[in-house]
Design a protein. Structure first.
Length: 286
């Protein structure tokens, strides 16, 4: 099989950084960070795809500042909805495959059950709405695509809960953490490895499985559970459970948005570990 040309966007993000390390094993990678390609500039996005002529596009860029999005809806929409639409249209012209990431925040978290891909979507915030618009634009374009919905990404780079907790613990004895919002924490490296495992199969094999998939580890955690596990259930810092009402944020968040992963597991034979196992591996890799 000829090595495909792979265009990776968002190459400096949590997921993008890990993908930039892994994807060169599977193709000729053009890894573009924000300085090289601004996804808010639709013309630049189209021009980049036309110049690079990839067989596979992996869109790891995203406007991910969930609270800030409430006051920057146009920018969130440009990056999370319009740019994916342009990537999809350009990929379709080239007969390329688009791999794109979406979020558990397309759901409202009220069902109490793990969400399946086909469950009704109802985002509670601007970020989730912009991601849903991106999903719909990709599907409507007719491009061969994998939309991989995931949740609560963390790692040793960028902005994430693991790094925030550790930073706060350096100066505080007590951390108050929301205990009534549930989801699944996912280590960026494990998500990138799963994606690389897909890319290794080649664009044609993936195009035959075009659609939306939930890519996540197993189990279920609250932010409080996640914080306790980050500190190995130690006495210091003291982690105190609080309610969402006690920690008001600009964006509303789903109360419980666990992603059911059976469709992904059956389609690709890849099963991600339980979130506690992923966190232990991440800590061991520090
Ligand atoms: N983080 C999560 O918990 C989470 C959960 C579910 C799904 N996802 C999805 O997973 C994907 C990857 O997320 P991540 O956690 O790796 O996010 P991340 O660490 O925030 O990385 C996103 C990257 O996109 C870049 N970016 C933002 N605006 C851009 C623009 N206008 N042009 C070009 N690049 C831009 C960011 O650059 P700067 O750093 O310069 O802003 C950053 O490097 C996204 O689609 C996200 O929606 C994330």
């Amino acid at each position: 099989m000829k090595r495909p040309v792979i265009l990776l966007t968002g190459a400096a993000g949590q997921l993008g950084f890990e993908l930039a390390r892994l994807l060169p094993a599977h193709g000729e990678v053009q890894a573009l960070d924000r300085a090289a390609l601004d996804l808010a500039d639709a013309d630049a996005v189209a021009a980049a795809v036309r110049r690079i002529e990839p067989q596979i596009i992996v869109n790891a860029a995203g406007y991910t500042a969930v609270d800030r999005a409430e006051s920057e809806p146009a920018l969130a929409d440009a990056v999370n909805a319009r740019a994916p639409a342009v990537l999809a249209a350009e990929a379709k012209r080239l007969d390329a495959l688009l791999i794109h990431y979406s979020t558990d925040y397309v759901f409202d978290g009220m069902s109490g059950q793990p969400y399946r891909e086909q469950d009704p979507m109802h985002p509670l915030n601007v970020y989730g709405s912009s991601k849903l618009a991106g999903e719909r634009a990709i599907a409507a374009s007719g491009v061969a695509h994998l939309i991989l919905r995931t949740s609560w990404i963390y790692g040793w780079r960028g902005q994430n809960f693991l790094l925030t907790m550790r930073r706060l613990a350096a100066t505080r004895d007590e951390l108050r953490v929301v205990a009534d919002q549930f989801g699944v924490p996912n280590w960026s490296r494990v998500l990138a490895e799963a994606t690389a495992g897909l890319v290794a199969r080649g664009a044609a094999a993936l195009a035959a499985k075009s659609g939306v998939y939930h890519l996540s580890g197993r189990g279920r955690a609250s932010w409080f559970d996640f914080a306790r596990a980050i500190f190995d259930d130690a006495d210091r810092p003291r982690v105190v459970p609080i309610t969402t009402a006690e920690y008001p944020t600009p964006a509303r968040r789903p109360a419980s948005a666990v992603l059911a992963t059976a469709k992904f597991e059956e389609a690709f034979g890849i099963v991600l570990p339980d979130w506690r196992e992923m966190l232990a591996a991440c800590k061991a890799a520090a």
